[in-house]
Design a protein around this ligand. Structure first.
Ligand code: URA
Length: 513
């Protein structure tokens, strides 16, 4: 019997080197004893690994491509038997390269289970890490610093570290766990396999998390089983919002009844709706920024919905900090996600073209999206756009309303149904709303048109040309309205006259009910 002892803290190279040597020496799995290093001395009285016999013949090992990702995931599992299982698979693969396709084989089935558990743990880490800001020492200027404590089941910190580096690249952070840590300082990503001590992270920001969570909690959508599957109880102790959950569940029925009673009497006016939505918006984990730059900075670390897990970065709006016209699209696409700027891909090209054909200047607009993270489905090497769902739009509305508060546009152009829903809560047909300016809060107007990517998807050339013409017409109306806004601004400075000039033919009363 040969004994190999390993640190066993998620280092694939450690197991691979040992396994290669054993395979080269032709030691069958039943003659191997794989142990964790800290066990081998204390518990069993073994001091050193037994010397392996010399390699017999060719020491190179060739495995099917599917084995590598499987083995890399499994070495992160905390089950002590994982090394022996992997070695058994490796040994058997040299006789049968199709082994991994035999789903009913007990070794293969066990391996797939371990892999699944590591993947699940990794996913939970991306969803449940909660950063706390650590104040910089007095008198020291620099990047903001954040710390998080997380308790994974497996040794996944190294596996997920580069995800956090990509997502939170513009802040310094440390993620400490009992199974190792990761640290990013803007230049270097460091990981350690040493168990970290739990830092004391209870402070007033927990209260902010709880307020936010209570605000977004929708009792009508409560599904306790699905919720505990998605947010298993073992993670609750490190989630500041979690101690609200039992209370919210208990009060859910009463709140549903209260919501139903309210819905029956609520007036259906846009400006009332958007005001109410803005007032009910969930608070973020950090204090409100009072500049666009500050808001953009905060949005970079937004984790309000799971889309942040797979997107490259938050794509925030861009344009003048005060703009008469705000353009709202749906969500960033593939190219926007990589560039970090809205409307720079194919839909952006259509939009830019039409804007300049109608004689407008895009740089005068504030251009943004209803949802700030790219939602997609991986298909091979491609990332296929997926429409954001209601919950994602509702979470992201917090950012959109803050952008509107700061930019103070006089005219908002909603391109497509998602933008309309984000701005008004209305899910109706776009054609019923299109091309008719509608009042929002105060003197603000909403104008609805199609999304430029809709134009790109029309297969029939004739229909496409016609739809393009209508979109141009809509943008020409936007131009007229924007010019009218300017004229009125000058006029109201002189005479304090009524804000909207009715000569534009905007029938405010018609759309007000
Ligand atoms: N589609 C959008 O709605 N927004 C973008 O930024 C790009 C494509």
């Amino acid at each position: 019997m040969y004994r190999i002892s390993l640190e066993g803290r998620g280092d694939f190279g450690e197991w691979r080197d040992a396994a290669r040597a054993c395979l080269a020496a032709k030691i069958p799995p039943h003659d191997m004893d794989w142990r964790l290093r800290n066990e081998s001395a204390g518990l069993f009285g073994f001091e050193d690994d037994s010397a392996l016999p010399a390699a017999k013949g060719d020491a190179s090992v060739s495995v099917p491509a599917a084995f590598m990702p499987l083995a890399q995931a499994i070495v992160c599992h905390s089950d002590p038997s994982r090394f022996a299982l992997l070695y058994r698979l490796l040994w058997r693969l040299s006789d049968d390269r199709t082994l991994l396709q035999l789903k009913a084989d007990p070794d293969v089935a066990r391996a797939r289970n371990l892999e699944k558990s590591v993947r699940r743990d990794s996913h939970k880490m991306t969803a449940f890490v909660r950063f706390k800001e650590v104040p910089l020492p007095e008198g020291i200027a620099g990047r903001r610093r954040f710390i998080a404590w997380f308790e994974p089941d497996h040794f996944i910190v190294e596996r997920k570290a580069d995800f956090f580096q990509r997502r939170f690249t513009d802040m310094d952070w440390l993620i400490a766990t009992p199974k190792g840590s990761a640290r990013w300082d803007g230049e270097t990503l460091e990981t350690s396999r040493i168990a970290a001590e739990k830092p004391d992270l209870t402070d007033e920001t927990d209260e902010l998390w709880r307020t936010y969570y209570a605000n977004i909690f929708n009792p009508a959508r409560l599904k306790i089983k699905a919720m505990t599957a998605e947010m298993p109880k073992k993670y609750w102790k490190n989630l500041p919002e979690a101690n609200l959950i039992p209370e919210l569940i208990l009060g859910a029925e009463a709140r549903v009844l209260e919501m139903a009673a309210k819905a029956a009497t609520e007036p259906q006016l846009f400006h009332h709706r958007i005001q109410a939505m803005a007032e009910n918006r969930p608070a973020p984990a950090l204090p409100d920024a009072d500049t666009l730059e500050g808001l953009k900075h905060e949005a970079r670390s937004c984790t309000l919905c799971p889309l942040h897990c797979t997107a490259t970065q938050t794509v925030f709006g861009e344009g003048p900090s005060r703009a008469d016209v705000m353009i709202v699209g749906e969500q960033p696409g593939d190219q926007e996600d990589l560039a970090g700027r809205p409307f720079v891909g194919p839909a952006g090209k259509v939009f830019n073209e039409v804007v300049s054909q109608t004689g407008m200047d895009r740089s005068k607009f504030y251009v943004t999206n209803a949802v700030k993270h790219f939602k997609y489905e991986p298909r091979g090497k491609l990332r296929i756009h997926k429409r954001p769902d209601v919950t994602e739009i509702e979470h992201c509305r917090w950012w959109l309303t803050r952008e509107i508060d700061l930019v103070q546009p006089k005219l908002i152009v909603a391109m497509g149904a998602t933008a309309v829903f984000a701005l008004t809560g209305i899910k109706g047909k776009l054609s019923d709303l299109r091309g008719k300016p509608m009042p929002m809060q105060g003197d603000r107007l909403l104008f609805v048109t199609v999304h430029p990517s809709y134009l790109l998807r029309i297969p029939d050339e004739g229909k496409k040309a016609e739809e393009m013409r209508l979109f141009r017409e809509d943008m020409a109306t936007v131009k007229k309205m924007a010019e009218q806004i300017c004229v009125n601004e000058v006029r109201s400075m002189r005479t304090d006259s009524t804000f909207i000039d009715m000569s534009l033919g905007i029938d405010l009363a018609r759309n007000d009910g």
